[in-house]
Design a protein around this ligand. Structure first.
Ligand code: PEP
Ligand code: MG
Length: 312
């Protein structure tokens, strides 16, 4: 009696066919950094537009969430990093960089609005940490729409606007961001990194990167509660969506939209179809009471084995 939507995470327009072949409901995260393959020359509006139009058309009416440039950190650099940028994960990256460089950001925003004519396109801003950033990004989006209007170029300006909840600030103060957006997408990859102060790509501290840590479960359940209260849709798009051990936990916490690697969609779908919502809620409630991440992981694994032994 519950509809759970499974979207694909993609990195190029051609990945859309993989999402459809895997039975996905659309694209929940289109990472657009691939367009930034030449740091000395940012992509033109046309290049952005072609990529987004292709992806939107390929989905034949199914939704696509286009995430604006998330440059820096572990991803493609926007420009050569200055000496002073000693901690690039916390530096001038992602949305911060885009707000500081409207000449790089506006072509992307214009292209997304133009591509929206060709499908169910939604826009999402990454690495938000305060409401000012969201407001400023929306101002630039409105400016892009105004320009297109004046130039008589076909576009849509009524796109749903969402933000990634992937900094602890965004998760803790999600109620402050809620009035500005129609959806949240929790990026657990970065949320875990920033909440636990553990570099997501550093093997030496990989054991401390704990998706089942009590702090992460509390952050997640807090964002979901705020989403319900403020009527903001909450999806999750981090790697945990593709991990069967976490499926019941996410459902039980109240997540009904997951975006994951397309290859994992069929398997996660089977897990979802093997479990009742009552069981998932029981699993989430029990997990929330545990004190150690390792113990929670073992518990989640045992529960999966119980409801879906075939997976092993
Ligand atoms: C995330 O941070 O969880 C996420 C989905 O985005 P990315 O992995 O691209 O940072
Ligand atoms: Mg991220």
């Amino acid at each position: 009696g519950h509809r759970v939507l499974l979207f694909g995470n993609i990195e190029r327009p051609e990945d859309v066919s993989t999402v459809l072949a895997a039975g996905g409901d659309g694209v929940g995260l289109f990472r657009t950094e691939f367009l930034f393959d030449n740091p000395s020359r940012p992509p033109t509006e046309e290049r952005h537009y072609e990529a987004y139009r292709r992806a939107a058309e390929g989905l034949r009416g199914k939704p696509i969430v286009i995430r604006t440039l998330d440059l820096g950190g572990d991803k493609v650099q926007a420009e050569p990093m200055p000496e002073s940028e000693r901690n690039p994960f916390m530096g001038l990256r992602s949305l911060r960089y885009c707000l500081a460089r409207p000449e790089v950001f506006l072509p992307q925003l214009r292209a997304i609005l133009r591509a929206a004519v060709h499908g169910d396109v939604r826009i999402m801003f990454p690495m938000v940490s305060s409401v000012e950033e969201v407001r400023r990004a929306k101002e630039l989006l409105a400016e892009a729409a105004g320009q297109l209007e004046r130039e008589g170029i076909a576009h849509r300006s009524d796109l749903p606007v969402g933000v990634m909840v992937e900094t602890p600030a965004a998760a803790i103060a999600a109620d402050v961001l809620a009035p500005e957006v129609t959806f949240f997408s929790v990026g657990t990859n970065d949320l875990i990194q920033y909440a636990m102060a553990v570099d997501r790509g550093n093997e030496r501290v990989a054991n401390l990167y704990q998706p089942a840590h009590p702090a992460i479960l509390r952050l997640l359940s807090g964002v979901i509660r705020i989403g319900v209260e403020k009527r903001v849709e909450v999806a999750v798009c981090g790697e945990i969506c593709g991990e069967p051990d976490f499926t019941m936990l996410l459902l039980g916490l109240g997540i009904l939209e997951l975006s994951l690697s397309p290859a994992m969609i069929p398997q996660i779908k089977r897990v979802i179809r093997s479990v009742t919502m009552a069981k998932a809620r029981e699993v989430a409630d029990t997990a929330l009471q545990k004190l150690e991440a390792g113990e929670t992981e073992q518990y989640l694994h045992a529960m999966l084995r119980q409801v879906f032994p075939m997976i092993f």
